[in-house]
Ligand binder design. Sequence first.
Ligand SMILES: NC(=O)c1ccc[n+]([C@@H]2O[C@H](COP(=O)([O-])OP(=O)(O)OC[C@H]3O[C@@H](n4cnc5c(N)ncnc54)[C@H](O)[C@@H]3O)[C@@H](O)[C@H]2O)c1
Ligand SMILES: O=c1ccn([C@@H]2O[C@H](COP(=O)(O)OP(=O)(O)O[C@H]3O[C@H](CO)[C@@H](O)[C@H](O)[C@H]3O)[C@@H](O)[C@H]2O)c(=O)[nH]1
Length: 443
Amino acid sequence: MGEAARITVIGTGYVGLVSGACLAEMGHQVICADQAEWKVARLQQGEIPIYEPGLKELVATNVSANRLSFTSHIGGAIRSSDIIIIAVGTPTQDNGDVDMSQVNNVLTCIAANAVTSKTIVMKSTVPVGSGSLAEQHLRLLAASHIHLPVVSNPEFLREGSAIWDTFHPDRIVIGAKDPEAGIRIARLHASLRAEVLHTDRESAELIKYASNAFLATKISFINEMANVCEKVGANISLVAKGMGLDRRIGPHFLQAGVGYGGSCFPKDTKAQLKLAQNVDYDFQILRAVIDVNRLQRERFVTKIEREVGCLSGKRIAVLGLAFKPNTDDLRDAPALDIISALQQQGALIQAYDPAAAELVMERMPDVPVFTDPYEALDEVDAIVITTEWEAIRSLNWRLVRSLVKAPLIVDGRNMFEPVEMSQLGFTYVSVGRETAMLAELVV
Ligand SMILES: NC(=O)c1ccc[n+]([C@@H]2O[C@H](COP(=O)([O-])OP(=O)(O)OC[C@H]3O[C@@H](n4cnc5c(N)ncnc54)[C@H](O)[C@@H]3O)[C@@H](O)[C@H]2O)c1
Ligand SMILES: O=c1ccn([C@@H]2O[C@H](COP(=O)(O)OP(=O)(O)O[C@H]3O[C@H](CO)[C@@H](O)[C@H](O)[C@H]3O)[C@@H](O)[C@H]2O)c(=O)[nH]1
């Protein structure tokens, strides 16, 4: 391992908490600071405010080893560290511009509290040029003898596998104007055997948006292919498999369904589109990616209507509410839009999610959410699957068949083999495989 560093991570959300705990595990001395006192209080009591597999254990181990602590006294945390990692939120505003207010508040706080020079790491996803603006902001506010170089070190972790991703990154991107600051940040990750790409700061900032935009493009592309499959009687699972075997394409992010959600792809694609507009460039592909993703949710609701008929008064079980499995994150979760659309047409929802139930009850108090999936399935006219949780895959589907009023499954994540579900007595409708299913049955 390289030398242990004294680090403060500001923002203890999905990224800050995971990064802080992982850096502590790598041997560094880490303070996680957040302005949300309730969050810090829970963390100090050993509770984890989010659901992320393995995080509770990782935090506990490093707190016990005195390498990790939590505070809401951000100034004190800044003063006692040499490296400050910014991991606060950068939501998109209604016009597509990135809301930098959380980052700017942190910068002001750093300038006010830095009595010695420190390296500032921008881990939040920020538009190109933000690192340069941040450095100017700090230079204006901090004492003149204090050196506060800003290094861009975008984060690529996925929720649900965030710890694995942090310890096994495909690459670590470091964008620095001050080469020594860049090397200092690269050294933090010396114990990981990962490729480190040193770039200028602007390129590093853009790599993050470009990566998310490209992954979102793959998803919208495969969803459009799925829509074509439905019209021509092909099976999108086989089409994706055949495409993915080409090493130039690769098998990942070709899972058709209700489209992408979450805290990143929706906001980062919109931000990138706006960023291009701001420099007078019309990023046409990205506009289509965003439109296709919105339409994919609407198409899915239409598909449910087509199968169920008039939705008024119909009981619908919606299985899986978080935007993806293994997280409780509901930010831009397709399930929530789909539930609202079904409710607008008079459907009576019975929802289930293994991790996000409590959060949904807070956010949508009129939606009954069950923690026992079988209760959600009782006497329903249709089952709608919106997130591919293992807990849903491993349900006793024979038992489910006996509980429901009508044996109809509309699967927005293509979780099952159509033939197997048909053999269990269900009418099974998924995305991009409907006609292919009929063909298989005929054979
Ligand atoms: N969630 C992901 O999977 C992911 C992955 C890669 C990158 N990112 C990027 O990382 C950044 C953080 O995302 P997140 O999902 O962790 O956000 P989040 O909303 O979960 O967490 C942000 C935290 O920052 C705290 N905060 C806000 N202003 C503060 C301030 N002035 N001082 C101290 N704390 C403050 C909030 O209380 C909150 O706990 C965003 O820019 C996001 O785009 C997110
Ligand atoms: O083939 C696929 C793959 C994903 N999805 C959906 O896409 C969304 C995002 O999934 P995923 O990328 O696994 O999760 P995130 O945690 O949002 O991670 C993305 O966003 C993060 C925040 O920027 C980045 O750090 C990650 O690299 C990037 O994968 C989810 O709704 C998935 O259901 C699909 O519909 N089809």
